[in-house]
Design a protein around this ligand. Structure first.
Ligand code: ADP
Ligand code: MG
Length: 356
């Protein structure tokens, strides 16, 4: 085989490989590059061949100068995205000239999977610690609540103190509601025993009402008379707490939050809607808002809507979020509750079958 034929064969082999190959000389000029290496960087062989290594492969140039022979780099691409490339550089002699051969592999998918695996491990660790953390938080708060009640009772005649205590009590109850929701991560919205869901919603709105008033946000609550339902009151409290808290966060002074709960007469589904005239969400936030740990708030946790979504999904219910920037957000939860009829005007149940 002549030298010419051998060079051709080598080039054909380099093209057939599922790896990027960049050969550069001691002056760090690209002497050979295969199509794959150029494709990884969204370039063509004609653009790259014969150029200074630093021009298109700055990460290899840096590595070479620093004496790094094997590593990974996140490399920016012309279209604004990035690719994670693993590389190894071998030093050799080609036609008696000291040269370097760099092999490149796209490890972006692997990197993404590693990121997801790390997140799962993190979640598992948080999940394991959660009951203890919640217990540690709940107990002292409950003790504070009892102390407030005793104090308020003892100093009944002191109006100023009573008002102060009322504010503290409300904040403690609000914190307890948040904690209660976090403890429900594996619970379902449905139960085998009946609960007064309307009362659960009213309680939460009452506690959050103080915060809304302080921020001059109108909280308008309308709960239609309904029978007890086979739905979990603490799950309902968590839903309302998270949805109304989000709505209040999204609202400026003068805005409005409407909470509606009813048995929809046509379908007999239980329906909860929380609607606000707040900031609304742009499409990219709306698309991700129920993802665990997704938040746009500086001190947000990104847990609220993920918890709502899980509770709703496990309960075979629907969660529907409609939002527009500047107009506000409407969240509707619909839970089929078979054999249930709305109460008549007399407030008495029209028909109530036994557990479905
Ligand atoms: N009513 C709402 N109005 C505007 N944006 C909202 C509303 N509810 C949720 N969001 C958006 O969804 C994100 C996730 O909400 P959530 O899971 O409750 O976490 P957090 O409240 O801790 O940020 C919020 O950070 C916010 O960007
Ligand atoms: Mg929230």
């Amino acid at each position: 085989m002549s030298a010419y034929e051998r060079a051709d064969a080598m080039a054909a082999i380099a093209e057939a490989l599922d790896a990027g190959i960049v050969v550069f000389d001691a002056a760090r000029v690209v002497r050979f590059v295969n199509t794959r290496a150029c494709g990884l960087l969204q370039r063509t062989v004609a653009q790259v061949d014969g150029t200074a290594l630093a021009q298109h492969f700055a990460f290899l140039d840096d590595a070479r100068l620093a004496g790094v022979v094997k590593d990974q780099r996140e490399v920016p691409l012309p279209d604004g995205s990035t690719v994670t490339l693993a590389f190894s550089i071998t030093t050799t002699a080609i036609a008696d000239e000291p040269s370097h051969v760099a092999l490149l592999q796209d490890v972006t998918p692997k990197r993404k999977m590693q990121g997801e695996r790390d997140l799962f491990l993190q979640l598992a660790a948080v999940g394991e610690a959660m009951p203890t953390v919640l217990h540690e938080l709940r107990n002292p708060l409950s003790a504070v609540l009892s102390a407030i009640e005793v104090l308020a009772d003892e100093r009944r005649e002191d109006e100023a103190l009573r008002d102060e205590l009322q504010i503290i009590e409300n904040e403690v109850r609000r914190a307890l509601l948040g904690i209660e929701g976090l403890g429900l991560s594996s619970r379902s919205l449905r139960t085998v025993s009946e609960d007064d869901v309307g009362e659960a919603i009213r309680t939460v709105c009452h506690i959050l009402g103080a915060r809304a008033r302080r921020n001059r946000i109108e909280l308008d609550v309308q709960i239609e008379p309904m029978p007890k339902l086979y739905l979990d009151a603490s799950a309902m409290r968590a839903l309302v707490y998270n949805l109304v808290t989000n709505a209040i966060h999204a609202c400026k002074s003068g805005a409005k939050v409407r909470v509606r709960a009813q048995i929809e007469p046509a379908t007999t589904d239980f329906e909860l809607t929380v609607e606000d005239t707040g900031s609304g969400m742009p499409p990219e936030v709306l698309a991700r808002c129920t993802q665990l740990f997704f938040t746009t708030k500086r001190s947000g946790s990104g847990i609220g809507l993920a918890l709502c979504r899980d509770l709703v999904m496990r309960g075979g219910a629907d969660l529907d979020i409609v939002s527009a920037v500047g107009a506000g957000t409407k969240v509707r939860i619909t839970v089929p509750v078979p054999h249930c009829r709305p109460l008549s005007n007399t407030g008495r149940e029209e028909r109530r079958d036994t557990h479905p």
